[in-house]
Design a protein. Structure first.
Length: 593
């Protein structure tokens, strides 16, 4: 009797397995081909074609009807003469200075948070993330509002702050803003090595009588991979930054390569050849930084972790050293976040006019901004486009992320992954310049692609900046979802879309929400693409704020900046609270007591 029961159970299992095989969800061949080709079509239209055409015009102007030469290097000759040559040289010097300063500060912060028992480590990490998400030109504007003519210090003190203005509107100010903006990137590269390095190297150095300086000489070579990675990342971010170049550096008459590229395109007729040559030089500088990183680490082993590695112990600092450490960390974040935030808040609260009483604060600037039709129209326009771009980035990023997760070993997926990483490193001004050039060509009009000077082109430019990051963020969470969930939903009668919505979407809702928020916030205050691709009659928010600054309407621009930053924080809080309430607890992939 027991044998018959076992045999029947086996038969039932085989029949259920056959049924599962019959009902297994297999998309149609045309749908599979469409899904596999969709990421390539989108990335070709959004990234590859505009950037490739813009770079090629520098060496082959006749190919695009921009000259008579099939191959020439005259554009590079123009770049290396005059003020553009000075801009390229200043870009190199600023990039090196910012990279060295940011990596040094990041190493100190990594040691503070990972190897000491000092108070404030969690707050330090939170402030680093806040600094990472803050656009560079907002920090530059905060410093500008403080020291410029009729600025905050000028009106509070009753006289011009000559020395602070010289420092801020000069190489020191530019290097500082770029370095402080790059500290979070370098910290992410260095902190992992500091966290995983055992304490036996310090103990060995101390055993042989090494002092503190000699101990650091032993430890720094072990941290070389993280240090070189931090230097390369910050250097690439600094030379490709446009926000500081168009605000702080432009006011200081300190030319930067990205601003020189924008000026070449803004002239009439547009100088696409020299602008493309500057793009080649920026990419070459980034490549040289990566080559220097690789050559410096070649032939050396950094395998310091093993089964015998003793975990590092957190050092308890004395009262004096604790105070010095907290002062240094607090001083950095005060200069990187506190002072610019004070500049924006003070400029928004001070009344218009000359010297004022520091106690005579007012909300008139906020009332003026909220009643201003032009400023509110710019806010509404940017908010609508940011929401549209965020939705598109999540949709196409999910498709590309699933391709990367499911077909990561294929040649096409590796190529797509390389394109995504390269797109993240491209300067935004180069992307925007590529759109201006490509979609303004006569061949685009002959094909019926009349996008130049339209909102559609601006949306494509925004999407080009948001899509690579969205795909990278979603590939991990989508790769963790098993296809068995879709098969189970299909077996129970769900269609393709309901199956995704009921079985997969709740599990990846958190990643999609964060991806949407990052794309929305990054687009709302985006500057280079907005400034270059804004259609006539429509002014994005970041362009409106910079125009107010150039027109010396400091209070209005600062008030709108404060309103947008506060509104963005409220949006993030509401979105995360709504997510937690709508998504069932069983689908949050977390333990529930």
């Amino acid at each position: 009797m027991a044998a018959q029961t076992t045999l029947s159970a086996v038969r039932e299992q085989r029949s259920s397995g056959a049924a599962a095989h019959v009902w297994r969800y297999r998309p149609a061949a045309w749908l599979t081909a469409l899904l596999r080709s969709l990421p390539w079509a989108v990335f070709a239209a959004v990234l590859l074609v505009p950037v490739a055409g813009f770079l090629l015009v520098a060496v082959s102007p006749r190919l695009f009807g921009q000259g008579t030469s099939w191959f020439t290097l005259s554009s590079f000759g123009q770049v290396f003469t005059g003020w553009t040559a000075q801009a390229v040289l200043d870009t190199c010097l600023v990039g090196v200075g910012a990279a060295v300063l940011a990596t040094a500060i990041a190493t100190g912060l990594a040691w503070f948070t990972e190897r000491t028992a000092a108070r404030g480590r969690s707050l330090t990490r939170i402030l680093l993330w806040a600094l990472l998400l803050t656009p560079s030109y907002l920090e530059a504007l905060g410093w500008s509002w403080l020291v410029e003519p009729q600025g905050v210090l000028d009106r509070l003190l009753g006289h011009e702050p000559t020395l602070p203005r010289v420092v801020v509107f000069g190489p020191v100010g530019v290097v500082w803003v770029l370095a402080s903006r790059g500290v979070p990137f370098a910290y992410l590269a260095v902190s992992a090595l500091v966290r995983g390095m055992g304490r036996e190297f310090e103990d060995a150095a101390r055993t042989h009588g090494a002092g503190r300086l000699a101990t650091w000489r032993v430890l720094l070579p072990i941290l070389a991979p993280g240090l070189w990675a931090g230097l390369a990342i910050v250097f690439a971010e600094s030379i490709s930054d446009y926000g500081v170049a168009a605000t702080l550096a432009a006011q200081a008459n300190f030319p930067i390569a990205t601003y020189a590229m924008q000026q070449s395109i803004a002239t009439f007729p547009a100088q696409f050849g020299p602008a493309g040559a500057i793009g080649w030089l920026l990419m070459l500088l980034v490549a040289l930084a990566l080559v220097a990183q690789r050559r410096s680490l070649r032939g050396r082993s950094f395998a310091v972790l093993s089964g015998r590695t003793r975990p590092a112990m957190r050092v308890r600092l004395s009262a004096g050293r604790h105070a010095i450490a907290l002062t240094g960390v607090g001083g950095f974040f005060t200069l990187a976040l506190g002072v610019p935030a004070f500049g924006a808040a003070a400029a928004s609260l001070l009344p218009s006019g000359g010297a004022v009483d520091p106690t005579a604060l007012t909300l008139d600037n906020f009332r003026h901004v909220l009643d201003s039709g032009a400023m509110m129209s710019a806010l509404g326009y940017s908010a609508r486009l940011s929401a549209l771009v965020a939705c598109a980035a999540v949709l196409f990023g999910a498709v590309a992320g699933r391709v990367l997760a499911r077909h990561g070993d294929s040649r096409g997926s590796r190529l797509l992954d390389t394109v995504l990483l390269a797109a993240i490193a491209l300067p935004s001004v180069l992307l925007a310049s590529g759109y201006i050039f490509t979609y303004n060509l006569p061949i685009a009009s002959s094909l019926g692609v009349d996008l130049y000077g339209t909102t559609i082109l601006l949306v494509l430019g925004y999407l080009a900046g948001a899509l690579p990051t969205a795909a990278r963020l979603l590939s991990g969470s989508l790769g963790q979802v098993s296809d068995g969930l879709l098969w189970a939903a299909r077996v129970h009668g769900r269609g393709v879309v309901p199956a995704w919505g009921g079985a997969v979407l709740p599990l990846v809702a958190a990643s999609m929400t964060w991806t949407w928020l990052i794309a929305f916030c990054g687009t709302l205050l985006e500057l280079p693409v907005s400034q270059l691709l804004a259609p006539p009659g429509h002014e994005p928010l970041s362009v409106a704020i910079t125009h107010d600054l150039q027109g010396y309407d400091l209070g209005g621009g600062a008030a709108m900046t404060v309103v947008v930053v506060v509104g963005t924080l409220v949006l993030i809080a509401v979105a995360l609270t709504t997510l937690r309430r709508l998504v069932p607890a069983a689908h949050r992939l977390e333990a529930v007591a």
